[in-house]
Design a protein around this ligand. Structure first.
Ligand SMILES: C[S@@+](CC[C@H](N)C(=O)[O-])C[C@H]1O[C@@H](n2cnc3c(N)ncnc32)[C@H](O)[C@@H]1O
Length: 302
């Protein structure tokens, strides 16, 4: 059943055409554009329009510009899941991020499988910003590492962290669908959904998590913070993100553009950048809080 006139235009493009095709789709009034990889070299752009008229104009414009094939689909309860037929297993470091409805690949030596169904949340593994962070987790998570995943979406990063032995793992997101998706994906990968080792998934805000520590058993700071968010959101949350990193701890921010990430990470001082990884024009930046020694902090000298 179509819902409220919302319409999706789906365009298949070469990687070199993504920017120009996106500009064309935005120019016709797209409310959002999502880029998805396919089994082949080409990418899918899914542009959402509030009304069918602008969507039809955008599709005509895309066809006139030589992009093909172009599809126009009313958004339906089923249509919102149309991307599922194009989903493929994705690699992130030694992890295979596998859509749960597909036959999993046979993992090679040292490779691991993560089965994922994001439902309507973000975090299928199809986006570079997710894979960039997932690929870093083997180096950053050890048994007992405490993890706070800010903007957990499907829980993809939290579940990998839990599988690597992180505890506690706290997963927060403003999206009310996220906690259910996190628990679903935890169960799918044999991470406990209650009791010891379970991921604490909720829609609490970062500020609430930071301040709750004063009145509960939760840690006040975490060894590792994961924040795959957009630049303006990271900027808004910067003070609380910094406050939640333990001495010697690490913050990974992702969702930043390769040509302008420094403006965002400058706001995360005194954390310092220790690594930048990049894919398809996106970067993930790893920052660390130095451990303050007595010699560096005169208040501690006797
Ligand atoms: C790019 S997705 C990342 C999902 C998943 N962590 C991944 O790596 O694929 C960003 C997520 O952040 C959530 N989000 C946006 N603003 C937020 C905020 N202020 N606090 C917490 N979550 C937020 C969105 O709902 C979305 O699920």
């Amino acid at each position: 059943m179509p819902t409220d006139g919302w319409t999706t235009v789906v365009v298949k493009v070469d990687p070199s055409e993504v920017e120009a095709a996106s500009a064309l789709l935005w120019a016709h009034g797209a409310a959002a554009i999502e880029e998805r990889s396919t089994a082949g070299p080409r990418a899918l752009l899914l542009a959402g329009y509030e009304h069918p008229g602008p969507a039809a104009d955008a599709a005509d414009g895309a066809e006139a510009a030589g992009y093909a094939p172009v599809r126009v689909e009313p958004v339906t309860d089923d249509g919102a899941d149309a991307w599922r037929e194009f989903a493929v297993p994705e690699r992130a470091g030694r992890w295979w991020l596998v859509p749960a409805w597909l036959e999993p690949p046979t993992p090679g030596d040292g490779e691991r499988l993560l089965l994922l169904d994001p439902g309507r949340t973000f975090g299928s593994g199809s986006h570079p910003t997710t894979r960039l962070v997932a690929a870093l987790l083997d180096d950053l998570v050890h048994p007992g590492t405490s993890v706070l995943d800010v903007g957990a979406g499907s829980g993809v990063l939290s579940v990998i962290a839990a599988l690597l032995g992180a505890t506690p793992v706290v997963a927060i997101d403003v999206d009310p669908a996220s906690p259910h998706a996190v628990r679903d994906n935890a169960a799918r990968n044999a991470v406990p959904v209650a009791g010891h080792g379970a991921i604490d998934a909720s829609t609490r805000s970062l500020a609430e998590v930071v301040s709750a520590a004063a009145t509960s058993d939760e840690p006040s700071t975490f060894d590792l913070l994961l924040a795959n968010l957009l630049a303006p959101v990271i900027a808004d949350l910067s003070a609380d993100l910094v406050a939640a990193v333990a001495p010697g701890g690490t913050l990974v921010v992702s969702g930043l553009l390769a040509d302008r990430w420094q403006a965002t990470t400058d706001r995360l001082a005194p954390l310092t950048v220790v690594q930048v990884t990049a894919e398809d024009g996106w970067v993930a930046v790893t920052l660390r809080r130095q451990v303050t020694t007595a010699a560096q902090n005169p208040r501690w000298t006797r």
